[in-house]
Design a protein around this ligand. Structure first.
Ligand code: BES
Ligand code: ZN
Length: 455
């Protein structure tokens, strides 16, 4: 282990250069014009895995290719444990460009941060694991278990291809557990094991009004304005206490245990600092829960986008023909996407104001995830986190979603260890995303120590 850790320490500056190279690819999965950049990123990754000493291949799909890379297998009689390391090389759209201090795909180092879209979510995190394994392979240190890296290119758009891929390759990918670094840690020196993620259900709701935009002076007042109707409809979702009014919405929600509330209360939190960090005049959320509880262990209803009428400069006096909202609902154990989709749809249809036609399109969905932090593997991961970051790790529930982890359980029978390396101020999905270089190094050490603990 000594030589592995030394190797990591000696090679940091090259690793940072490699992360810059990785971040330079515009692998934006949501934007079709970047399909070529996304493919180029996957190809670079395959070659990089080969350079490290892994057996790597590019697996085409109907969408973006999947990178599969394996440690050379030992011919032993004794069964070795097999772990899969999952990550994603696709990134969120970088817009709005004007809010970036330096361009999103020109990785730039300021202080101990590497700025660039995808630096934290998820390129820096999966590269940390690759570097840990490189250290074993390049120093001739025997890995105590078999590893398969699966790095996909559609996580940010719902992992459509990977689900089928798991089915097709389930014999090859069957493993004892999956390791994922795609969640957060509360602070630079405070590592975390995440044992629960929220699920998600996406909707697009459109209210159709007149057959075309109309002169609001000539016709306004004699028909329903779709933007107004949508505002009224959306305003009925929450009550004054921040609770969602959709009948049956909370029916399957598992209450936080005393132990969980105590764990969450241990996290460093300053209300005023948090408020300032978000840039809001006041915090708002479901009454009876702390902000950490609200954003990780309670379900929410969010408008992600709202469009209607004229968006250009100056004014245009119209009654718009339609109004549209993009919505995602975050789910917690044991809420089921199918059931929630049904309830939300029924609520919209029932409460839609008169004079417009409603269209509700359900999009992607994923179940929430929860696993015991008490298992032997979770305990092994906690030891690795502790030794790598030299601090007792905390147990977290996180509000984000990684839909595919449910498939790891269903198809491969494997639990997922969520060992996140993203800091709260990494600006994931926001302008000026960055990855902390000390965390990058700590993550590599954690990756290196993990295999010994898990084996
Ligand atoms: N890395 C995130 C998920 C995440 C972030 C989990 C922070 C926990 C804490 C991932 O890349 C992501 O953004 N997922 C999407 C999934 C969605 C598109 C289905 C999300 O959560 O919005
Ligand atoms: Zn993301």
């Amino acid at each position: 282990m000594e030589s592995v850790l030394n190797y990591l320490e000696r090679n940091q500056s090259r690793f940072v250069d490699e992360l810059c190279h990785y971040v330079r690819f515009r692998s934006v999965s949501a934007q079709p014009q970047h399909a070529g950049d996304t493919r180029a990123c996957a190809e670079w990754l395959v070659n990089h895995c080969r350079d490290i000493g892994l057996e790597a291949r590019l697996c085409p799909t109907d969408g973006n290719p999947i990178v599969v890379a394996k440690t050379p297998r030992k011919k032993t009689v004794a069964r070795r444990r097999h772990f899969m390391v999952y990550g994603h090389y696709d990134v969120q759209p970088p817009e709005p460009f004007e809010l970036w201090t330096t361009p999103p795909f020109q990785p730039t180092i300021r202080g101990r941060s590497l700025f660039g879209r995808g630096a934290s979510d998820n390129k820096g995190q999966n590269l940390a694991h690759l570097k840990a394994v490189e250290a074993y392979l390049k120093t001739g240190t025997e890995l105590p278990c078999d590893l398969t890296f699966v790095i996909e290119g559609e996580e940010e758009v719902g992992s459509k291809s990977l689900a089928g891929f798991l089915q097709e390759h389930r014999d090859e990918l069957r493993c004892d557990a999956v390791v994922v670094s795609d969640t957060g840690m509360p602070a630079k020196n405070l590592p975390a094991l995440t044992y629960a993620l929220r699920g998600i259900a996406a909707f697009e709701i459109t209210l159709h009004g007149p057959s075309r935009d109309l002169h609001s002076g000539i016709f306004g007042g004699s028909l329903q304005n779709p933007a107004m109707a949508l505002s009224r409809l959306l305003a009925t979702i929450h009550d004054d206490k921040g609770r969602i009014r959709i009948p049956g919405f909370y029916k399957d929600v598992v209450a936080l245990t005393k132990f969980e509330r105590k764990q969450l209360a241990r996290l460093p939190f300053n209300r005023n600092k948090y408020r300032k960090f978000l840039g809001v005049p006041e915090l708002f959320g479901e009454h009876g829960f702390t902000p950490d509880e609200q954003r990780s262990a309670r379900p929410t209803f969010e408008i992600n986008g709202l469009t209607s009428g004229y968006q250009g400069e100056g004014s245009k006096t119209i009654v718009p023909a339609w109004a549209k909202a993009k919505i995602t609902v975050r789910l917690v154990p044991d809420q089921e996407p199918a059931h929630i989709i049904k309830s939300v749809r029924a609520f919209f249809e029932k409460n839609c104001p008169p004079g417009v036609r409603i269209e509700v399109k359900a999009g992607h969905g994923a179940e929430p995830y929860m696993v015991s932090p008490q298992s032997a593997d979770a305990q092994a991961a906690l030891r690795a986190l502790k030794n790598a970051f030299r601090r007792e790790p905390v147990l977290l529930r996180e509000g984000g979603s990684i839909p595919i982890v449910n498939q790891f359980k269903k198809v491969l029978g494997a639990d997922t260890l969520l060992l996140g390396l993203a800091l709260p101020d990494d600006n994931a999905h926001s302008p000026n995303e960055k990855f902390d270089l000390d965390v990058f190094e700590g993550g590599q050490r954690m990756g290196a120590m993990l295999w010994r603990e898990l084996a």
